[in-house]
Every structure is written in C-alpha cells, then in structure tokens.
Design a protein around this ligand. Structure first.
Ligand SMILES: Nc1nc2c(ncn2[C@@H]2O[C@H](COP(=O)(O)OP(=O)(O)OP(=O)(O)O)[C@@H](O)[C@H]2O)c(=O)[nH]1
Ligand SMILES: [Mg+2]
Length: 341
C-alpha cells in the first residue's frame, strides 16, 4: 500500500566534505501581482479548453446517460485521469439524485463541488515548527523546478518569520551551485555549497550533512536541501538519493522532516509514475506542483487525488511562475475557482 508517512531512518556514515558557507548581498524588491489572479491567468488554457466544452454541455437540457458519457470524455481529455474521472462522475450522480437536479445548467456548480471535495484532502499545509532546524529535502526528475522552488520557499518561510539556510546538494550539474547561490543572494540567506574548484569532487550527502550541522550551530529554523535531478529509471541515482537521506539522519536523528517531491504540471499523467517511484525510494511526505502557469494540464492535480483516494498525498505548494512570489500553499477552493470559473 502506498504511504506518505515519514520513514524510519537507517544509519550511514557521513562522508568527508568540502562544503563552505557563502554569504549574502542585498535582496531586491519584487513586484507582486495577486497570486489568485496569477493562478487564474496560469490556468487559462486549461480553463478555456475545459470551460468551453463544459459550457456547451451544461447549456440546459436533460441530465441523461448521454450527457454523463460526454462529460466523461471531456474530463478524460483534460488530464484528469481515469480514476479521478470516475470518482467525479460518481459523486456528481449522487448529488444529482440527492438534490433532485433535473437541468444540465445545474451541473456546473455540482461539478465544482465534487472537484473541491476531491482536492480538499490534498491541501495539508506544512508545519515547520515541530523541529529546529526543520530539514526539508527536495527531490524530483530533471528540470521540474526544484532549485527555483527552493528560492521561492526561502522567501516564503522568511515572510513567515523563519530563518532559512540553503544546502547546494546538486553537485552533479556544473551550474547548479551558482544557481542556488544566486537564489541565496536574492533572499539574503546563507548557502552551504561545495568548493568551487571543478577539479574537486564533492559529495551531495556530505554537503547537506554539513548544512544541517551549520543550521544547528546558528540556530536556523529551516534547512532547504537541493538535490540533482534524476530520472526514476536511473537506478544508481535513485540509490544515491536514498543514501543522501540516510546521511541527513546522521546529522539529526529525525531529519529530514519533510521530503518534498517536485512535479512539473506539464508532465501530465507521468507525474503519477514519478510520485510512485520517488515515494518507493524516499517515503515522500509532500508534493510541489510547478509550472501551473501556461500549461493546459492543470487537471493533473485531480489525477493525483484520484490515484490515492484512501491516502491522499499532501500537496504542500503550487508554483505559477518564475518569480520569488510565485509559490503558495495549495488551496483547493482557489484552485477550482481558477480552473472552472
Ligand atoms: N513558468 C514557470 N517556470 C518555472 C516554474 N518553476 C520553475 N520554472 C523554470 O523551470 C526551469 C527549470 O527550473 P529549475 O529550478 O532549474 O529546475 P530543477 O528541477 O532544479 O532542474 P535540475 O536541477 O536541472 O534537475 C527554469 O527555467 C525555471 O525558471 C514555474 O512555476 N513556472
Ligand atoms: Mg536544480
């Protein structure tokens, strides 16, 4: 059975490290547009596509089997997935019966209600006050938005009054170190990064181990640990990230306190495969869904919910752009409003 519960840690020896703190210049003010309107704008392609089909379907007339069948087709082609589509239809039929709905015009509100009911269990905010430092490990396939999300999270937690330290645990990609340092500079936070000498090989587990110890010494509230992107089929890299997690627990027994899997909304149904593989390897405790701006695949949120009706994963944050303010905790009502108008 699938589980989003936190794992028991296996001990492992921390490696030697060449980690160094990198200190911060000034941060720049960012212009802010309301997140709800960004989300709405971001989901406009999904909304237009889905909305147009739904409004012609819900334009009045009898609620019959033919209508349910058409609705099924529309939902399936919006990346909502088979499981979620069937759950939504079942819920809709119940509402139609219970409330004695007779006209298809009444179905839009009923569908919204079903969708909110389905997505609500995903909205489980992250409580970072249970440990100090609260260690968050970020994982996911290549290019999904891990490092960018760390930058945004650093800003988010700081606005909540928490101090943050970043660990540049992606020692694989040459530019990754600089990318994280740049996010650290924008947020005015310390980054623990490997030696910049390209001749020196550095170990991601060791960097993060050092970062956790450094955060303990400095009394920092939250450690955000970046990791290199990896495909779920690269088994040696999946083993490597398991080791990273084990080594973190050597620096602090309960850590990491949160394992966040980052998913790109554009991947559609493949996101489900990624959730399964990373959860098998790491016991994922939360998800971030990025790039909801400019995607026609916003329905993947429902697909995730539909996949685990008994044990819904925690969708902690959603990302709607590349700016510092473009990440927020997931809110089912806000999301459905943006998706369906
Ligand atoms: N439009 C948009 N772009 C995003 C979002 N999040 C990340 N990106 C972009 O996606 C690209 C990849 O982001 P990264 O943060 O480098 O992704 P990563 O997962 O760290 O990549 P690797 O470390 O190479 O695996 C960058 O160009 C980001 O600006 C988002 O919510 N919306
Ligand atoms: Mg990265």
């Amino acid at each position: 059975m699938f589980s989003f519960f936190k794992s028991k840690k296996n001990p492992a020896d921390p490696d030697e490290t060449s980690a160094k703190p990198v200190v911060e210049p000034e941060s720049k003010p960012e212009e802010s547009i309301s997140f709800a309107s960004k989300l709405k704008q971001g989901l406009s392609r999904t909304r237009q596509n889905l909305g147009k089909q739904l409004s012609s379907l819900f334009s009045g007339g009898k609620i019959d089997e033919e209508l349910y069948e058409e609705l099924e087709t529309i939902l399936l082609t919006s990346d909502i997935g088979v499981n979620a589509t069937h759950q939504l239809l079942e819920n809709l039929r119940k509402q139609v019966k219970r409330d004695a709905l007779t006209d298809s015009m009444q179905l839009k509100q009923a569908l919204k209600k079903s969708l909110i009911a389905m997505l609500e269990p995903l909205a489980q905010p992250l409580d970072t006050t249970t440990h100090k430092p609260f260690v968050i490990m970020i994982a996911g396939v290549n290019g999904v938005g891990k490092t960018t999300s760390i930058g945004k999270l650093a800003k988010y937690f700081q606005t909540q009054g928490q101090s943050v330290l970043l660990a540049a645990g992606d020692t694989f990609r040459a530019a990754a170190r600089e990318q994280l340092i740049a996010w650290g500079e924008r947020n005015n936070v310390t980054v623990i990064a490997p030696d910049s000498d390209p001749g020196k090989k550095s170990d991601p587990a060791a960097i993060i181990f050092d970062a956790v110890n450094s955060a303990k010494a400095r009394g920092i509230d939250i450690v955000l640990a970046d990791t290199a992107g990896r495909l779920t089929t690269q088994l040696h890299l999946m083993e490597e990230i398991k080791k990273v997690k084990r080594v973190i627990s050597k620096a602090m027994p309960d850590a990491p306190h949160e394992v966040l899997l980052v998913l790109d909304a554009n991947t559609g149904q493949n996101a489900i495969t990624q959730v399964k593989a990373f959860n098998d390897a790491l016991n994922v405790t939360g998800l971030i869904l990025t790039k909801l701006d400019g995607t026609a695949k916003g329905g993947v949120v429902a697909a995730i919910a539909g996949q685990y009706p008994e044990n819904p994963p925690a969708l902690r944050f959603i990302g709607v752009g590349e700016g510092l303010d473009d990440l927020r905790p997931f809110d089912a009502g806000e999301f459905v409003e943006a998706l369906l108008d």
